[in-house]
Design a protein around this ligand. Structure first.
Ligand code: BG6
Length: 511
């Protein structure tokens, strides 16, 4: 992040804000260029950086995908994906730097052709052979693309720490612990870890980055950030959308690979980590990895007690009737893929021993909300008799990641007047209200960091493998068909009853 270059001198906060980091000239090559993610997130993010003057003066983009398409059609599809309000001259300038090539991810001739194109474009756009490859592809083709990049000479291990060639790889990284280990092994034959950017877009969200700022730039919270004061933590990442048109991918992933193995475990690391020695990438990732190592791995016999997976059935989102998961286009009518998961995780370390982390995520639920709630303990005794200590609401600190990004703290307050009357009130910091602007898209920030060679917000190979180790027993249990059929929940609800039971058993309730 604010790397060692800055650390050597003392700056004021205001001076630090003036630093604009502009990457060196480079080319961005997007594999999976005709796909949904590229159009929904990547091109708008790159355009945003371009518009804000954060891309280097010398840059160009090449899209590569299996779909046959002319360069003009590709440029038109990018234009369509950009905000309609943008002045057309800016858009024309941006798309004029975009080229397209269709081909097979396993055909060496296509990669030779790509190499030739990059050589010509490097000359044309004055880019000195600095190539950032973005793999916005299904996980099944990642290994092949990396192999072809290596075999064609487009990618090779760089001597210097931040290479001229870097590869960004979308999640999920692998399909299981074994496949992730295998993939890491194969990629590291072609590239150094310093050149590999395993992206998790949750880490680029402003409110997620704010967790570290909140915890370590303030004195107030860290002394109570432990088992002595915190009762439990809840992490909720739910959405009202269904699988949409992504059945091909989702039928192989399900909620455990799609959300839990990456986004949700990453959120736990930021809440639970010890203070890193600096914001350098490896200092932060070492501490995050410690958290993952301390998550208790569930034994086979505990999986049913501590986790629940389910699939959405038909129902209503608002007043709109929607289909069940098995009736969605492209989904098998006998699919066992879970679209909802809830679990209780425990961390075996000094800070968090005995503090459960309840985590849930699902599609087609009643609302869209991503939130971390830190529930503090009750006061030890009440002086406000006849009210008892557990009748006074415990403090809850919430990181509202989306929508309405905010950090809020609840506490007990007295009503005006002579009566002993109190209720729970909230102090809040609202992102939009304070900064007057909605938080920027996470992909823009992550693109920029990858171009700058900053890996802080990207997962390291050991983090990814530790995360797979945590979800592996869940995958084995819930995919084995042991609970056949999988529990269901009506679309538009808050998930299956078993998810409520999971937390009620501990005399607690979901927020
Ligand atoms: C993606 C998942 O990584 O995150 C999707 O593949 C999910 O299934 C999405 O909908 C949620 O992201 P966000 O940023 O909307 O919370």
């Amino acid at each position: 992040m604010t790397s060692s270059i800055l650390a050597s001198k003392i700056y004021t906060k205001e001076e630090l804000c003036l630093f604009e980091k502009i990457p060196a000239p480079c080319a961005i090559i997007v594999f999976g260029a005709s796909g949904d993610l590229a159009h929904r997130k990547l091109y708008p993010a790159l355009f945003h950086l371009f518009k804000e003057g954060l891309l280097p003066k010398h840059f160009y983009i090449v899209g590569f995908a299996r779909t046959g398409m002319s360069v003009e059609a590709f440029r038109a599809s990018i234009t369509e994906s950009l905000p309609a309000t943008t002045p057309s001259a800016r858009v024309s300038d941006f798309v004029s730097r975009c080229d397209y090539m269709s081909g097979s991810y396993s055909d060496p001739r296509c990669f030779s052709e790509l190499k030739e194109r990059l050589r010509a474009s490097d000359l044309h756009f004055s880019v000195p052979e600095r190539h950032l490859f973005y793999l916005s592809t299904p996980p099944s083709v990642v290994e092949e693309i990396i192999h072809q990049l290596g075999a064609s000479g487009l990618a090779k291990k760089q001597k210097e720490s931040h290479g001229c060639v870097a590869v960004i790889i979308e999640k999920p990284f692998g399909h299981s612990l074994a496949s992730a280990q295998d993939l890491n092994g194969k990629i590291k034959k072609v590239l150094k870890e310093k050149q590999i950017y395993r992206i998790d877009h949750y880490l680029g969200k402003e409110t997620v980055q704010n967790i570290l700022m909140f915890r370590f730039a303030n004195i107030l919270f860290e002394p109570v950030w432990n088992r002595n004061f915190i009762d439990h933590v809840q992490i909720t990442a739910i959405e009202d959308l269904g699988v949409e048109h992504r059945a091909g991918y989702y039928e192989k992933a399900g909620v455990l690979r799609d959300m839990v193995q990456n986004h949700l475990l990453q959120l736990i690391t930021l809440i639970a980590m010890e203070p890193p020695s600096s914001l350098e990438a490896d200092a932060v990732r070492d501490r995050k990895c410690d958290v993952l190592k301390s998550v208790r791995i569930l034994k086979e016999e505990d999986v049913l007690q501590s986790t629940i997976c389910a699939q959405y059935a038909k129902g209503n989102i608002g007043s709109r009737p929607v289909a069940g998961y098995r009736e969605e286009p492209g989904v098998s009518p006998t699919s066992k893929i879970p679209t909802f998961a809830a679990m209780k995780l425990e961390l075996d370390d000094w800070r968090w021993q005995g503090v459960p982390f309840y985590v849930r995520s699902g599609k087609r639920l009643a609302e869209r909300r991503v939130e971390i709630a830190v529930h503090f303990k009750h006061v030890p005794t009440s002086i406000f008799k006849p009210l008892l200590a557990d009748q006074l609401s415990a403090n809850i600190l919430k990181f509202r990641i989306q929508p309405n990004e905010a950090i809020t703290m609840s506490f007990e307050a007295k009503h005006p007047g002579p009566k002993l009357c109190m209720s729970t009130v909230t102090m809040d910091f609202g992102y939009q209200r304070t900064f007057g602007t909605p938080p920027p898209e996470s992909y823009a920030r992550l693109f920029l960091d990858a171009m700058l060679g900053d890996q802080t917000l990207f997962a390291r190979s050991d983090e990814v493998e530790e995360s797979w180790e945590i979800v592996e027993p869940l995958l084995q249990y819930w995919e084995s068909g042991a609970t056949s059929p999988l529990p269901t929940y009506p679309s538009g609800s808050m998930g299956p009853k078993e998810s409520e039971d999971l937390i009620h058993r501990d005399d607690r309730a979901w927020d």
